[in-house]
Design a protein around this ligand. Structure first.
Ligand SMILES: Nc1ncnc2c1ncn2[C@@H]1O[C@H](COP(=O)(O)OP(=O)(O)O)[C@@H](O)[C@H]1O
Ligand SMILES: [Mg+2]
Length: 332
């Protein structure tokens, strides 16, 4: 197993309240696989991802429990020095906005050079130059020999995103974490970029954690998906299984809110109500206040995890309703 996260808890201790941004999250990632993490804004996706690299926002953020085993070694117990050898080399992160990930005063070539030099001390000067051009070619940048001398402002948005992607893969990491990498791009560029990540993965076997609020993108990109709500993973499973048999009312609501092609002109369905306010005391199922099926027990007691839904041992969901076998998705 490439990565195994067990009961991760990251709290943010602010003046006004303790925000349990990540509240007991467990998941795993295999080599060559793409795991989608999906959920509305504020559900704790970014804090979770940052925690894996010990980059939770300081000083408020603190990892208060859990393990993140990277090839069996706990990332959460590593020193800052050890983490520096892992960040960007073994595990790299593509952030939301390519604009802010690139330094405007250095050329593309400089920034890639830097990534290679910190990643692989062994490369000789000429070797670095060749590696930079190669990686730009890999991410479909035409005429890479010329582009290395360009500054970020001379490139289009899509091209900048691809350069960020090139930096993320420049040291052949084992894991790439992409946190909403496409939100600031137009649809055509998004599609190109998603295809690019997929292709890189096929050739390198890198494991990808793909964070998004968009279930439509999950369907295109991911092998498995974990649905996150208010700091917890409420449902998890193979993508097809989740789409065909969503078992948690929150997952059902998210899938229903994906615009269908033929209904393009209709108003987007959105989930009624609001996620819990940050710092709000949470008991019972976090989704209960917005759930049409919730009863008193849902509001009082967090549900157990039900496994083996829709014929898949890997398909799990936390919902009291699944206690009743007639609510479980069919086994055939
Ligand atoms: N620096 C911070 N200080 C205090 N609270 C924060 C900070 N960053 C995020 N939060 C809170 O933590 C929760 C999870 O945020 P985040 O991980 O960014 O969600 P997502 O990525 O799913 O949109 C939210 O309630 C958010 O308001
Ligand atoms: Mg986020």
């Amino acid at each position: 197993m490439l990565l195994e996260v067990k009961d991760l808890r990251t709290y943010l201790f602010t003046k006004r309240a303790t925000v349990k941004a990540v509240d007991g999250v467990s998941f795993y990632l295999r080599r060559g696989e793409t795991l989608g993490i999906v959920g509305e804004s504020g559900s704790g996706k970014s804090i979770m991802a940052l925690s894996l690299l010990q980059m939770e926002p300081k000083p408020a953020g603190r990892i208060v429990g859990g393990e993140a085993l990277f090839r069996g070694d706990d990332l959460l117990r590593k020193s800052q020095g050890e983490m520096r050898t892992i960040r960007g080399r073994r595990i790299s992160m593509i952030l939301q906005d390519p604009q802010t990930s690139l330094n405007p005063v250095f050329t593309i070539g400089n920034q890639l050079n830097e990534a290679f030099v910190t990643g692989k001390q062994g490369l000789a000067r000429g070797g670095v130059r060749k590696a930079v051009v190669d990686v730009l070619r890999k991410v479909n940048i035409a005429d890479p020999e010329r582009r290395v001398t360009a500054f970020p402002h001379q490139l289009s948005g899509g091209m900048k995103q691809r350069v960020v992607g090139a930096i993320a893969i420049s040291c052949s990491p084992d894991i790439v974490i992409a946190d909403e990498p496409t939100t600031s791009l137009d649809l055509t560029i998004q599609a190109q970029y998603l295809r690019l990540i997929k292709r890189l993965q096929d050739t390198t076997g890198v494991g990808v954690i793909f964070i998004t609020h968009d279930f439509g993108i999950v369907a295109k990109m991911c092998d498995r998906v974990a649905v996150m709500y208010a700091g917890k993973i409420v449902e998890h499973g193979p993508v097809r299984s989740i789409f065909n048999h969503p078992s948690h009312p929150y997952t059902q609501a998210l899938i229903n809110s994906v615009p269908k092609l033929e209904e393009r002109t209709e108003r987007l369905y959105s989930i009624p109500g609001q996620p819990p306010a940050p710092g709000q005391e949470l008991v019972g199922c976090r989704f209960a206040p917005r759930c049409e099926f919730a009863d008193e027990r849902c509001r009082q007691e967090y549900p157990p995890q039900f496994e083996g839904l829709s014929r898949h041992s890997e398909h799990t969901a936390d919902c009291w309703r699944l206690e009743d076998p007639t609510w479980r998705p069919s086994r055939h």
